[in-house]
Design a binder for this molecule. Sequence first.
Ligand SMILES: [Zn+2]
Length: 337
Amino acid sequence: MLKKLKIKYLLAFLLAAIATVMSIMLGHVWMTADAENQPQILSQSSSAETSFKTGSLQNAGLQMQEVGQGIYALVASTDFPPVSPAVAICNGGIVIGSEGVLVIDPFQTTELAELMISTVKSLTDKPIKYVLNTHYHFDHTGGNAAFVKREIPVLGRGVIRDYIQSGKNNTGGVTPPTVIINSQTDLWLGDRQVRIERVDGHSAGTDLVAYVPDAKVLFSGDMVFNNRIPYTGDSDIRQWQGSLYRLIAVYSGAKVVPGHGDVTDVTGLQAQQAYFSWLERLALDWKGQILSKDQVLEKFAKVPDTYKDYKFKGLYSTNLESAYEQFTRSATIPFIP
Ligand SMILES: [Zn+2]
C-alpha cells in the first residue's frame, strides 16, 4: 500500500513537472494544479491567485440563513479542498445588535472577508465592532487582514498569535488577531450580549465558542464538523470529547452553527461525540491486536459505511493517525462513557 502510494506520488510529481514545463511554454499559469494533493496551496491568499471574482455568496459556495433575529449563518457547502480559493471552506457568522455587529470567522481569504463585509452592509447600517476567530486554522483566519486594515479588533485566544506568526499549519501570511482573550468574555453589541467561552481539543489551545443568550444560538467553531470527517491534525480528542460533553449539557436547547456543515442543534454535538467514541473504541481494538500504525492505515483506510455520506473524506487517514497516536500508546483510562 505504502509502496503504491509512493509510486502514485512519484507519478503525480512527474506529471506536475511536465505540466509546469508545458504551461510555462504555453505562457499559462497553472492555476488548478492537483488541488487534492496540495491543499496548502489554497491556504495562501494572494491577490494574483484570486483573479477569480468571488462576487456573490453563491459563487463562494455560501448560503445565508437567519438562525435567530438578526443572527445569520453563512453556511459553506464545499467539500475539502474546494475547487478554487474563491470558495469558502468554513462557515461564517454575523450577529447584529442595536449598536454594532460581531463577525465570526472571516473565511480563508481577504476577498471572502470583503464579501462578508458587503453582506453585513446589505443587512444593517450598524458598524462591525468585533471579529472573532474561533481558532487559528487558516480557513477561519485568512480573511482577518480586511478587518485589521479597517481598525476593527479581531479577537482570538491564547497562543493564536504565536501560531499564526510562525506560520503553523499553513497560516503563513495570515494576519493574527489584535486582541487576545483568555477567559470567558462578554461582548455587548448595544442591547445584545454575546458570551465568548473557551473550549478545548480541536486546535491546541485556541478554541473558542460564541453564544447569544437572547436567541439561544451557539457558534461552535470546529468543535463540530457536521456530516464531515473532522480535522484532527493538532487535536487532543479526549479534551475535545470533554468540551463536547460540557456543551451538550449547557446548550441542550441551542441552535448550533458548526464550523463546517449545516446548522444543527444538540444532535450535532452528540453526533460529533459519538464519532469520537467510535474512533476511540476502534483504536483500543488496534491496541488489543497490537497493530502497527502502518497496518492500521492500510487495513482501515476505507471510510466505514456509517460515514459514507460525510464530506472531507480526505481527512480520514489523519483521524486514524491521531487515534493511533492518542489511544494505543496511552496508558490512561479510556474516556468512553
Ligand atoms: Zn479547524
